[in-house]
Every structure is written in C-alpha cells, then in structure tokens.
Design a protein around this ligand. Structure first.
Ligand SMILES: Cc1cc2nc3c(=O)[nH]c(=O)nc-3n(C[C@H](O)[C@H](O)[C@H](O)COP(=O)(O)OP(=O)(O)OC[C@H]3O[C@@H](n4cnc5c(N)ncnc54)[C@H](O)[C@@H]3O)c2cc1C
Ligand SMILES: *[C@@H]1O[C@H](CO)[C@@H](O)[C@H](O)[C@H]1NC(C)=O
Ligand SMILES: *[C@@H]1O[C@H](CO)[C@@H](O)[C@H](O)[C@H]1NC(C)=O
Ligand SMILES: *[C@@H]1O[C@H](CO)[C@@H](O)[C@H](O)[C@H]1NC(C)=O
Length: 525
C-alpha cells in the first residue's frame, strides 16, 4: 500500500486551516518516502542505526524470524528492520533513523495486535521492539506503578501484588502486552469498578516523531497525553507507562452459568437475553462491582462468566444471578470465592508469568471484529434474535466462531464516567462490546477465508437488524479489513478524529507512526 494512493481528492472549498496543513504535510511525507540513499532505505537505515549503536535485526539475522512473527499468524509481514533498544536514546535514534530513511514506524509491545500492526501492518516498516523495557515499580507513597512498555499483563499483575498488594483493571490473557492494551483501552471484569486500563494512566514517557523524549501528563504536553490514550500507535513510542493502581480486593466472587439448553429454542433464548439486558439496566442490585460477559459459539454453548468484586455473597446468589438468568428456563449458576491472585490466575488460562519479547512463542491464526452498542439504545429484540439465529444456522462441532458480549455500561460503570473529551478513547456510552471471533481449529495457518465472511455475518446479524443502533467498535479488537475511514468512524467518531488529525499534523507531520488505519490515513470525517 503506497502513500500516494492515500492522498485524498478534495475540493479546497471547505478546507479548514489544519486540514490544509495536513494535506501539505502529507505531500511532504510522500517526497520523504522516496529514499535519498541510492542503496535504498534499508541500507541507509542500518548504517544510521549502526552509527548510533542501536541493536537491530534484519532479514537473515539470528532472531529476525522470531522477532517478526506476529501473534496472529494469519497476517505475517516483513519489517525492513526491527530495533531492540535498551536505552531511551536508542529509541530516539530508532525513530530518527527511520524518518531519515523514509520508513514507517510502529512499536511492538506484547505483539497481540489482531491486525499485526506491531510488525507494521505492511511489509517494510521499522519496528521498535520494546522487550528490554521491562521494569515494574510501584511508588509506595502514591501507588502509581511505572511499567516498562515491553511488559505483559500476567507479569504486571504478579509484580503489582508483590509490591503492596496492588492491582489494575486489565484483560485476561497473561501474554498480552500492557502497552498496546493500555494505550488503546483495556477491558477486564474489574473495569466497571476501576475503569479501562487506559483510564488508570496518569503519565507516559514518550518518544515523539522528532526523537524528543517527553514526560506527558494532563498538564505537560496535554495534546500528546490526550492522543496517546486511545490512539497511541499513531502518536509516539511509549517507553514507560505510569498507572494509578488500586488496592487488590479481598475477595472476588467468580461466577458462571450455562444456558446451552436454550440454544435451539431461539425464541426462548432471545427472551432470556432481553431479560438479562433489562435486569442489567434496571435492577437496583446492579452496581460497579459486577463485571461479566455472555458467551455463545457455533457448537451450541451459551453462558455467562463474571466477577463480583468485594461483593455480598447473599446478594449475588439470591438477587443478582437469579435476576440475570431468569429468562433461561432451568439454568443454574456456580459461584467460587477467590483471593485477587487466585481470581486473576483462574481466568488467565496460562501461567501468569510469561517470557518477554521473542522468547514468547504463543500464536494463533484468526480474524475478529467488534460491535460497541449504546447505553442509550439497548439491543433490540430483533437484533438479539437475529444474532442468536445466526449461531444456530451455522451450528457445527468445532466451533468455527464464538462471540463474547462484555458488559461495559449499565448503572455505576466506571468505564463510562470519564468525559468523552478527556482522551482519544472517547466512547463513554457503550453498553455491550460484542466480539465475534474465528480461528483455525488448531490455531495454525492456513486460514480458511470463508471464516472472514462468517465473522462479518455474525456482526451484520446484529447491526442489520437494528439500523438505529449507532454501533461503534473497540480498537483493541481491531478489524484489519476496515478501510482507514471506516476505522476512524468506528473507533473515534468525527469529533475525536478531527481533534486527533490536528494533533497529528503538529507532532508527527511526516506521518512517521503509521499502520494501515493510523490517524492521518483518512481525511476529517
Ligand atoms: C489472546 C488475546 C486476548 C485478549 N484479551 C483482551 C481482553 O481481555 N481485554 C481487552 O481489552 N483486550 C484484549 N485483547 C486485545 C488486546 O488488548 C490488544 O490486542 C492490544 O492492543 C495488545 O497489546 P500488545 O502490546 O500485546 O500488542 P502489540 O501488537 O504489541 O501492539 C498493539 C498496537 O499498539 C502499538 N503499540 C504497542 N506498544 C506501543 C508503545 N510502547 N508505544 C506506542 N504504541 C505501541 C503497536 O504498534 C500496535 O499498533 C486480547 C488480545 C488477544 C490476542
Ligand atoms: C425489567 O426489569 C425490571 C426489574 O429490574 C422489571 O420490573 C421489569 O418488569 C422488567 N421489564 C421487562 C420488560 O422485562
Ligand atoms: C535471540 O533471542 C533470544 C530470546 O530472546 C535471546 O536470548 C538471544 O540473546 C537473542 N540472540 C541474539 C543474537 O540477539
Ligand atoms: C519535537 O516535537 C515536539 C512536539 O511537536 C516539540 O514540542 C519539540 O520542540 C520538537 N523538538 C525539536 C528538537 O524540534
């Protein structure tokens, strides 16, 4: 995908000043992309990196293959060069050498991008592998954790607990990177209590497109602070993240319920979902301590899993769970009481302690997309019925697709407390985030392309049945098949995107931090 194709055709009539600047810089970027060095961008970048003593790997280097293999094997790309900096200056030189050679840049944290953006999302980018940035220290007076951008969620959870029994809201899989997740959201069962991982960020150390190293907070480089939280991959390289931790709860009541008996009775199951949604929105028993998701797959499994954090067992057992599942005849539930450490380990699936960088060798082969629904527009009966019918119609034994509908909104949710203008993560009115996901049966390539339309069909089943749904998407479940404009619409919306475009033009006028859906690839919406 070459830059010139992305230069939009526009009449100048409606162009605002920032937009003109944007177009102008875009043209500059195009000329920069033509390598000045006749030996080509790769040799010019490697001589630059060598002169600056930045460790790097290119095709043919010992570790190039493991460094460039993405978590999602469906989308392999070949970076021109991968740097493995161990100092802030080496991060800066990685950025400035790439700019001089006309290469695009992305950071690699945990490497779990659904779209393989952390290996560029295209061939030929410069990747900054953050694996050596691995320290985790909790300040014992403020309880702010300073976390290196190469860390993974499981190690973070262990280290925070070890340093004063602290915790953060974050996702379940221990191998996922803290940086990619925190900069673009970060949902876990603790998020209704404490916000997204992103909402806990109080400061960031960032290397900007001109190589400058800054410490950004709400008052220092506030535009960068705004943009990095929600659109980090388009604005800079975070080296350390500063997150405000919470005291680890004393008990987590972990619950689950299975409604698979209703799978073939779509009318009953649809009423069950509607009752669950209604109870969630209206019952006085629902508060921020509750977090759960409803699961369905094409094998015919339906059920819910969640946590109630420092909750009353009696209230959960006698009021909340019976209310949530009242519409599913004969369904039962189980509740387990855990310590915080046990609860985190229990949902992790894999050991919490995970190797960093290319020593981590887990992979999957998949396609997924998401739908974020509005609190103000709950899922309609028609949308719920269409969604469930779709899974019945595509029933199989594998399962080829599964879907998780996580509760983001509802009464008291901390996810929806921040103002939509406080960060680039501006969706502060979501009720459910539904993720539709298909992987190969053994998690390895080849990927049957028909699975893509199967996943899209599951999303369309919801959206087509509810045209007034005002659906959006969740950028951490990034859909690589969206155009840059669709991505801007679904992940940011017009107001946020136009603000981001203005900041991008100022802090990264050469459009250095790039992936196929980066801010700047689409005009103002
Ligand atoms: C198995 C699995 C389970 C998941 N579970 C959850 C979940 O429970 N909840 C949830 O919310 N999400 C979940 N996700 C989605 C996950 O949050 C995103 O994929 C996230 O972006 C991954 O972060 P990473 O650091 O591992 O990824 P990377 O691929 O390293 O990075 C993702 C993006 O962020 C950019 N980036 C990474 N590091 C930096 C940095 N230091 N500075 C600037 N940009 C950077 C990359 O360039 C890339 O564009 C899951 C994903 C997978 C694969
Ligand atoms: C919605 O739930 C409330 C209790 O939370 C109940 O009083 C009401 O009857 C329910 N409405 C429907 C349509 O089920
Ligand atoms: C290759 O990667 C492994 C695992 O991270 C590391 O131990 C080893 O030192 C690396 N080798 C080189 C030459 O960088
Ligand atoms: C680098 O960019 C930042 C953000 O635009 C700016 O504040 C700073 O002055 C620039 N530094 C240099 C050395 O140009």
């Amino acid at each position: 995908m070459s830059t010139p194709e992305k230069v939009p055709v526009l009449t100048t009539m409606y162009l605002s000043l920032p937009l003109l600047a944007f177009l102008f810089n875009f043209a500059l970027d195009f000329s920069n992309a033509v390598p000045q060095n006749p030996r080509g961008p790769r040799s010019s970048v490697t001589s630059c990196l060598t002169s600056r003593q930045v460790p790097y790997s290119v095709k043919g280097s010992v570790n190039y293959s493991s460094l460039s293999t993405p978590f999602n094997l469906r989308l392999p790309y070949q970076p021109a060069v991968i740097t493995i900096p161990s100092t802030l200056d080496q991060v800066s030189y990685s950025v400035t050498c790439a700019a001089a050679a006309g290469l695009k840049v992305q950071a690699k944290g945990g490497g779990h991008s659904y779209a393989s953006f952390s290996i560029g999302g295209q061939d030929g980018s410069l990747i900054i592998d953050m694996q050596t940035f691995s320290s985790i220290t909790v300040d014992q007076s403020t309880f702010v954790a300073k976390i290196g951008a190469g860390q993974r969620l499981g190690n973070v959870a262990l280290a925070l607990y070890a340093q004063g029994k602290r915790a953060l809201p974050h996702g379940t899989c221990p191998g996922v990177g803290i940086a990619g997740q925190a900069l673009h959201g970060g949902y876990g069962y603790g998020s209704r209590s404490w916000g997204l991982t992103l909402d806990r960020i109080v400061a960031l150390d960032v290397v900007l497109a001109n190589g400058t190293q800054i410490h950004t907070t709400s008052t220092s480089y506030p535009d960068v602070f705004y943009a990095m939280r929600g659109a980090g991959n388009s604005f800079g390289i975070a080296t350390y993240l500063y997150l405000s931790t919470v005291p680890a709860p004393t008990t987590v009541l972990s619950f689950s319920s299975d409604f698979s008996d209703s799978f073939h009775q779509v009318d009953i199951a649809a009423k069950g979902y509607a009752a669950l949604q209604n109870f969630t929105l209206t019952s006085p028993a629902i508060n921020s301590k509750l977090g759960f998701g409803v699961y369905i797959d094409t094998r015919g499994i339906i059920g819910l899993n969640g946590w109630c954090i420092d909750c009353s067992m009696l209230n959960l057992k006698n009021v909340i769970l019976p209310g949530l599942i009242s519409g599913f005849p004969g369904s039962k539930f189980t509740i387990q009481s855990y310590t915080w450490s046990q609860a985190v380990a229990n949902i992790a699936g894999d050991p919490l302690s995970q190797p960093l960088g290319n020593a981590y060798t887990m992979h999957d082969t998949f396609y997924a997309k998401s739908i974020a629904t509005r609190n103000s527009v709950p899922l309609s009966s028609a949308a719920i019925k269409n969604y469930l019918s779709y899974f019945v119609a595509n029933e199989d034994g594998i399962p080829r697709i599964f879907s998780i509908m996580n509760l983001y909104g509802g009464p008291g949710s901390l996810i929806n407390t921040p103002s939509p203008t406080s960060s680039a993560y501006s969706d502060r009115d979501s009720l459910w985030v539904i993720q539709n996901f298909a992987r190969t049966p053994n998690g390895k390539p080849p990927f049957d392309p028909s699975l893509v339309s199967l996943v899209q069909g599951a999303s369309n089943a919801v959206t087509s049945a509810q045209p007034d749904g005002m659906f959006q998407g969740y950028i951490n479940y990034i859909d690589p098949l969206l155009t840059a404009t669709q991505a801007a619409e679904q992940y940011y919306g017009a107001v946020t995107y136009s603000k981001l475009l203005g900041i991008k033009t100022k802090v990264d006028p050469g459009f250095l931090f790039w992936n196929p859906q980066a801010v700047g690839n689409s005009m103002a919406l």
